[in-house]
Design a protein around this ligand. Structure first.
Ligand code: COA
Length: 300
């Protein structure tokens, strides 16, 4: 779909780039010639991913182990990234989510999600935006026709209609969509464009175990999606590349849903879970907690 070398000479940061959707997008950028910086909470996982990706595609992958909930750690990472060289784009992919009846959430549970998705996404975007704005000013100001920086944030298809059973995430992702639309206006004069993508179900371990625990990955999409299937990684890789590459800079401030029209047909939410019994919710919670424990083990 894209010319080889399309992203040559570019450098992108992908948060949560060690696994899942973030890793897949990083791989495609690398394959098309970009160098990639990935960050996440599990440094060992990032380093393993970096080694595998460079063995397959060559190129350069840098890794930073941090939790984007920690604003000081974010600032320190961004400082190091820019000390090493310029950055051309940011993919806000890192997130946290799990299904739960909202009345079963503690304030800490809400914060666990909102601190990553709402606060963390802002910390990273603003820290990088400050560097880009300073760079634009030092260069005498950005002018139309000059290269633009690109921010892509991964959101959800229910940013406009609410997300029952995933309320902390839905509230936070709606905030990220609003950030995208707001900063596309405010930062355009510095040569920064921002878009967001709400993908439908593209099965990954982190997502399937927390949003559809105990189900065959993709089964729900096969049953309900108008195209009778979940999305594929390559579709997200292609859309992300289109949004991060130069060539369509006038596209900014948009929140694109890529879900086979699922949200149009069904609302795209977890409304079907209203049928679940307490026992089903307990089983789901046990499965989610088992996945959390596994991840925690990898963080050491
Ligand atoms: N239902 C209700 N509450 C839950 C829960 C569930 N399934 N899972 C966790 N919580 C609550 C915990 O009980 C705790 O609250 P408490 O202290 O009042 O009991 C609170 O949430 C924080 O839990 P903890 O496990 O300490 O949080 P954490 O910060 O270590 O991890 C996430 C929370 C969201 C970051 C964790 O799920 C994670 O690491 N996810 C990986 C990324 C991800 O979610 N990817 C999938 C995206 S679709």
């Amino acid at each position: 779909m894209f010319q080889p070398g399309l992203l040559a000479g570019r450098r992108y940061l992908v948060t949560g780039g060690g696994t899942g959707l973030g890793r897949a997008m990083s791989e495609r950028f690398l394959q098309l010639g970009a160098s990639v910086v990935i960050c996440g909470r599990r440094k060992a996982v990032l380093d393993e991913t970096a080694a595998e990706m460079t063995a397959t595609y060559g190129g350069k992958v840098e890794t930073h182990g941090l939790d984007i909930r920690d604003a000081q750690a974010v600032d320190a990472m961004v400082e190091r990234i820019f000390t090493d060289g310029p950055l051309d784009g940011l993919v806000n992919n890192a997130a946290g989510n799990f299904i739960s009846p909202t009345e079963a959430l503690s304030s800490r549970a809400f914060d666990a999600i909102a601190n990553i998705v709402f606060h963390g996404t802002f910390y990273v975007t603003n820290a990088i935006g400050k560097q880009w704005i300073r760079g634009a000013r030092e260069a005498g100001g950005w002018q139309p026709g000059k290269p633009m920086k690109s921010v892509l944030s991964i959101v959800v298809t229910w940013v406009d209609n609410g997300g029952p059973y995933v309320v902390p995430s839905a509230m936070s992702k709606a905030g990220v969509a609003t950030m995208t639309r707001s900063l596309a206006v405010e930062w355009a004069k510095y040569g920064i464009r921002l878009n967001a993508v709400g993908p439908g179900e593209i099965p990954t371990e982190g997502m399937s175990k927390r949003l559809n625990p105990g189900e065959e990955p993709g089964a729900r999409s096969k049953a309900t999606n108008p195209q009778m299937r979940p999305g594929t990684m390559s579709e997200l890789q292609n859309l992300a590349t289109f949004l991060m590459a130069p060539g369509c800079d006038w596209l900014t401030g948009e929140v694109l849903f890529m879900d086979g029209a699922n949200h149009l047909a069904t609302g795209g939410t977890f409304y079907a879970l209203r049928e679940w019994s307490d026992a089903q919710w307990q089983e789901a919670r046990d499965r989610i907690e088992a996945q959390n424990a596994k991840d925690r083990g990898q963080r050491g």
